[in-house]
Design a protein around this ligand. Structure first.
Ligand code: GDD
Ligand code: MG
Length: 345
């Protein structure tokens, strides 16, 4: 079975982080995000993987290459202009065999081999993975029947929809699709899985099933708050299969404090009295004396000056946080931001 990763979106909800770094390769615990999806696919024995791109495709290809270092075989398809999720699938025209399709911004430790077995056992034309969430309004709401058959699909449901249906299961952005789904999408046209293709599958009463996650980890990292929360989950060891791969600190002053959870990239300088707590710090970052980084993510080559503090925030690449400045409560600084001494953000 082949896989297609839909990674052509502009990542607008992750701005300013995605201005210079497209969403598929924003770092998660210092690794390009898509490496986590590639590992999940590889663990299920799926190594032929196509990336469907549209926004900043060259940067993504430069970082991920042909996949050989990751034990997979990567190919790339770039749309001339975004064709929507369904249009991108049709444009990639994988083969005449069933394929797995993934939204490129979900972090999960799902066992995909189980999903494929479920799809085959149900003799489905399309299988969607579902995840329960607290607030389904940002997702595709999916109602199922007793045998797991999909009855309703409502993208970005309103509170009226939710009041009517009383369910919390949403489309997790992981599909197994038979090639006949391609017949529902006119070649070269813009189509959305969520607004066009899934409703059409229901209308035609094709075999359409849902596999619901129970204990597996799942999160869409497409907003800054969720991206930060994904790091906290990672540091808390909630994502199975990646615990051993945490790269640990290099050069740190003996009088500095770094808790056991935090992840520090190579070539960092951490001066005496500096503290790093429950955070991810990228390569080449400098923390001057008594600087504090707590519950935060710092991208490479940023500098946190003497006595400055960063709490619960994301600092982009190459930023400068001046002396005794405080960056707090969910702030997100784009690359190369400079915060002057003593500022409070
Ligand atoms: N190639 C390509 N072309 N990819 C695209 C395009 C396109 O035109 N449009 C979106 N994508 C990619 C995005 O890069 C992303 O990886 C994925 O498709 C989903 O797009 P999002 O913009 O992140 O959608 P969403 O998060 O609002 O909603 C989707 O994901 C939810 C789960 O996280 C929907 O599939 C929902 O139904 C679902 O619940
Ligand atoms: Mg998304």
């Amino acid at each position: 079975m082949r896989a297609l990763i839909l990674a052509g979106g502009k990542g607008t909800r992750l701005r300013p982080l995605t201005v210079y770094t497209p969403k598929p390769i924003v770092p998660l615990a210092n690794r390009p995000f898509l490496l986590y999806q590639l590992a999940v696919l590889r663990n299920a024995g799926i190594t032929d993987i196509t990336l469907s791109l549209s926004y900043q495709p060259d940067k993504i290809e430069q970082v991920l290459g042909d996949g050989s270092e990751l034990g997979v075989n990567l190919s790339y398809v770039t749309e001339p202009s975004p064709l929507g999720t369904g249009g991108a699938y049709s444009f990639a025209a994988l083969s005449d065999a069933p394929s797995i399709v993934l939204n490129g911004d979900i972090l999960t430790d799902i066992d995909l081999a189980k999903v494929v077995r479920f799809h085959e056992a149900k003799k489905a034309d399309a299988t969607l993975v579902l995840a329960p969430v607290e607030d389904p309004t940002a997702y595709g709401l999916v109602e199922t029947g007793a045998a797991g058959e999909i009855r309703t699909f409502i993208e970005k449901p309103t509170s009226a929809d939710l009041a009517k249906l009383h369910i919390d299961t949403i489309n997790a952005g992981i599909y197994v699709l038979e090639p006949k789904i391609l017949d529902l999408i006119p070649k070269g046209e813009n189509r959305s899985f969520e607004y066009d293709v899934f409703p059409m599958i229901l209308e035609k009463a094709m075999p359409f099933f849902a596999y619901t996650l129970e204990n597996e980890y799942w999160r869409d990292i497409g907003t800054c708050a969720s991206y930060l929360a994904a790091h906290h989950d990672f540091l808390a060891g909630k994502i199975k299969g990646f615990e051993d791969e945490i790269p640990h600190a290099t050069e740190i002053a003996t009088a500095a404090f770094i808790d056991r959870r935090s992840v520090i990239g190579p070539d960092c300088i951490v001066k005496p009295g500096a503290k790093i707590i429950n955070s991810v710090v990228g390569a080449g970052v400098t923390l001057e004396e008594k600087a504090v980084v707590e519950n935060s993510v710092i991208w490479p080559h940023s500098r946190i000056s003497t006595g400055a503090e960063v709490h619960d925030s994301i600092i982009g690449r190459g930023c400068h946080i001046g002396r005794s400045a405080v960056v707090d409560r969910g702030s997100v600084l784009g690359d190369k931001t400079s915060i002057s001494d003593y500022s409070r953000v």
